[in-house]
Design a protein around this ligand. Structure first.
Ligand code: HEC
Length: 171
């Protein structure tokens, strides 16, 4: 086996040194190209919702953080919680104002395993749950849970627009 392989290797080496055989014109194969597919048609435009994707929360670590130090969470150990709103908007006089504005996204990051739980408020998405959408992803981006598996427990915080955590003062 070794012998055969080295023989082939030799021949190849010889061939590549041979100047006359240099670059044979390649036979042009004309493979008809499929027309480039455009973005999906705008059928989504009608519905305001659909569970938030990880792309919707891109850069969330730059958002306003609810907590100064990681919270010893009641469900998953240490967590950080972020929101895509300015402090002045959601807590105009230093305390949270409810309900949160349309378009609010809250991300709870579980520090031990990089899972993220996301709530997003989209007007008209789910009036029975004050228009919050719910989803949780693991570190690989697979869906761990959503909707009913979330709001049953979060109903305990209905008085604070389904959000458990208070915004800590900035100083
Ligand atoms: C067993 C109760 C329970 C379930 C089920 C639950 N949560 Fe929570 N969630 C909490 C508690 C308690 C907090 C407050 C922070 C903490 O203790 O971890 C919280 C915090 C959050 C926060 C940060 C905002 C806040 O309310 O403090 C988000 C976002 C969130 N959860 C999303 C979800 C999503 C999405 C699901 C479903 C996939 C879910 N949660 C399921 C109890 C729950």
């Amino acid at each position: 086996m070794g012998l055969v392989l080295s023989a082939v290797g030799c021949e190849e080496a010889k061939e590549s040194k041979e100047p006359s055989k240099k670059s044979q014109p390649k036979a042009e194969k004309s493979v008809p190209k499929e027309p480039e597919r455009k973005e999906e048609p705008a059928e989504e435009a009608q519905k305001p919702s659909g569970p938030p994707t990880l792309a919707d929360t891109e850069g969330y670590k730059q958002w306003l953080k609810f907590n100064r130090e990681p919270i010893e969470g009641r469900t998953h150990g240490l967590t950080d919680i972020y929101v895509n709103q300015d402090r002045d908007v959601i807590a105009p006089h230093g305390i949270l104002k409810f309900p949160f504005p349309d378009g609010t996204i809250i991300v709870k990051e579980i520090l031990s395993n990089d899972w993220v739980s996301i709530m997003r408020k989209v007007e008209g998405a789910d009036p029975a749950h004050d228009d919050w959408e719910w989803i949780e992803y693991d570190a690989e981006g697979s869906v761990i849970g959503k909707d009913a598996s979330c709001w049953g427990c979060h109903a305990q915080a209905e008085d604070t627009d389904w959000v458990f955590t208070d915004l800590e003062k900035s100083e």
